[in-house]
Design a protein around this ligand. Structure first.
Ligand code: AMP
Ligand code: FE
Ligand code: FE
Ligand code: ZN
Length: 281
């Protein structure tokens, strides 16, 4: 009865359609899947149909790109109303800004490597939230790097001369918007230090004060020692604790259900949300 609450489809930087992702989840014995594409809910419709036909549960979600004092923060929103005005306008703006920023990165890279903007777009699904993973795919296709991981280890790191940061909102604001949309907010991979600096404890506390609902404790990017501390923090503040794979299809080594969420936590999460219901499960 595995519950995996954080995965990506081709509507962001996963490599499968929502239908393919849900079908694979059902085949691998997952009971409840969360679809959490970056800054979009465009995959929800297809995922709902696929989950109903496969007979598994679906938690509709989204992963919001934020920044706290210069540090990248990913905020998971679960079961929010996809038509809530402020949140929807915010992620629509974010996707538009991503196009400009990602294109600028490609223009910089194109001075030294055989990549084009059209080539990068060819690696993204229609309507997809564009980002560095799609540049990585174009670099792989051009034979510049072996895979996405190699691209992120070199040319696409935040320290790279080709890097351009994303204009993003504060997680404090995003937490409020998620709540107003009837959703539940969970801080994704809070101690993912290999991605860059992580939010100091004071920042996590500020997010909790702003109404954060949970912490994604069990995630491969949180070092094991950090997970112990995160679990304590969550328990002290009566926050939800989740565990997830952050599956991106073939785009990342993460495997479905490599970390999972306790059924009691999912029950609490669903009870706290009022935007859209949990499907089946
Ligand atoms: P961006 O939002 O455009 O700055 O790109 C960040 C995205 O790249 C996140 O969604 C991650 O899932 C993805 N990412 C980060 N590191 C890696 C990696 N080593 N391999 C593949 N994808 C990565
Ligand atoms: Fe991603
Ligand atoms: Fe993330
Ligand atoms: Zn993710």
């Amino acid at each position: 009865m595995a519950i995996d609450l954080h995965t990506h489809s081709r509507y962001s930087d996963g490599t499968q359609s929502p239908g393919e992702l849900v079908a694979e989840a059902a085949q691998s014995g997952i009971a409840v899947l969360g679809l959490t594409d970056h800054d979009t809910t465009a995959g929800w419709y297809e995922a709902v149909a696929a989950a109903r036909s496969a007979g598994i549960g679906l938690v509709r979600g989204m992963e919001i790109s934020c920044r706290y004092e210069g540090i990248s923060v990913h905020l998971l929103s679960y079961l929010h109303d996809p038509d809530a005005a402020e949140l929807t306008a915010t992620v629509t703006d974010a996707r538009r800004a991503r196009l400009v920023r990602t294109r600028t990165m490609v223009e910089r890279l194109a001075e030294d490597y055989p990549v084009t903007w059209e080539g990068v777009l060819a690696h993204a699904g229609e309507e997809a939230t564009i980002g560095r993973p799609h540049i990585a795919d174009a670099l792989v296709a051009a034979g510049v790097v072996e895979d996405r991981s190699a691209a992120f280890a070199g040319l696409l790191t935040t320290h790279s001369k080709y890097y351009v940061s994303l204009p993003t909102i504060s997680p404090i604001e995003a937490i409020r918007m998620v709540r107003e949309a009837g959703g539940v907010s969970v801080f994704a991979h809070p101690r993912a230090s290999m991605r860059g600096r992580t939010v100091p404890d004071s920042g996590v506390r500020a997010m909790i004060e702003a109404g954060l609902d949970g912490l994604e404790v069990d995630h491969r990017d949180n070092p094991p020692s950090a997970r112990v501390k995160l679990r304590d923090l969550a328990e002290d503040h009566d926050l939800l604790i989740t565990g997830s794979s952050d599956y991106h299809g073939t785009g990342k080594p993460n495997r479905l259900a490599e970390h999972t969420t306790d059924p009691a936590m999912l029950e609490r999460l669903a009870a706290a949300a009022s935007g859209v219901p949990l499907i089946g499960g």
